[in-house]
Design a protein around this ligand. Structure first.
Ligand SMILES: [Zn+2]
Length: 277
């Protein structure tokens, strides 16, 4: 009964037109939207409506969230969801946005300051400056939004274990083989990895870091790990290689950039000592 009501509510929600001002924000902040194939553009817009209208949005620490900020965040989430079913993020319930990098009250478990956090009960916490730096360097392979939303997808299978709910039973075998191969290689030879070494912390972080690279550094990913890339392409249902790069620099943000933007410097992460995020 509840599922029926939910699906009726979602159908009505999806029939509502997209507000014009949302499209302006999408065009301004997600220029790759124009390169999405038609079916993916439609699915993107449906996911955008679900994120905007179904999820709870909370400004924390005195942060005043406006509609454009919500569209900026929801667009990034919809970008990664555009090849996934509309139910893909049903376990996600709310966004909590802080005005700066934040510290988890339980600092013993989660050393801060943090850029983002995903909770098993469906809350995604983001630092607004981290969101902005991900936008500023779209081809760096760094995106806090994609990272935390990947954790939510990971949880769709019931656990943070690096394997989301795959589309077909026969996908699990090749997925496990490819992920294990590159995860083990990263732990054994971190100096050779093309992925952010934070992915060596555990399987869940590996999936989140690889998701950032899949959307942000697809040429490098496809070149360095073609078998893993094929598994991610099948899971996410998109071909990121057809999306042209629009950044001014491929370089990831470094400490100087953060300083220029006025953000606190985040010490380099040691993946072996810091297995939480
Ligand atoms: Zn993580």
């Amino acid at each position: 009964m509840f599922a029926l009501l939910k699906s009726q509510r979602r159908r009505r929600l999806l029939e509502r037109p997209i507000p014009e001002r949302w499209m302006e924000a999408v065009t301004d902040h997600l220029p790759i939207f124009e390169f999405f194939p038609d079916d993916q553009a439609q699915r993107f817009l449906s996911h955008l409506k679900i994120f905007m209208w179904e999820k709870l949005w909370i400004g924390a620490g005195g942060f005043e969230l406006d509609e454009e900020m919500k569209v900026i965040i929801a667009s990034q989430a919809a970008r990664m969801a555009r090849g996934l079913p509309l139910s893909a993020f049903d376990r996600h319930c709310e966004f909590v946005i802080y005005p700066d990098h934040f510290v988890n009250p339980d600092e013993d478990v989660l050393p801060g300051p943090l850029h983002g956090e995903a909770h098993p009960f469906g809350t995604v916490v983001l630092s607004w400056p981290a969101v902005l730096s991900g936008l500023e360097y779209p081809c760096s392979g760094y995106s806090t939004i994609l990272h935390e939303m990947a954790h939510i997808l990971d949880m769709s299978s019931g656990y943070f274990d690096g394997t989301p709910l795959l589309h077909r039973g026969k996908d699990y075998g090749p997925w496990a083989v490819a992920c294990q191969k590159y995860y083990s290689a990263m732990r054994d030879h971190p100096e050779e990895s093309f992925l952010d070494l934070y992915g060596a912390a555990d399987e869940s972080e590996f999936f989140a870091v690889a998701t950032e690279a899949f959307f942000g550094l697809p040429e490098i990913f496809a070149d360095q790990a073609p078998d893993l890339f094929a598994e991610f392409r099948r899971y996410y249902g998109v071909e990121p290689l057809i999306i042209p790069c629009y950044c001014e620099s491929h370089d990831p943000p470094d400490d100087d950039d953060y300083e220029e933007m006025g953000y606190p410097i985040i010490p380099p992460r040691d993946p072996m000592d810091n297995p939480f995020f």
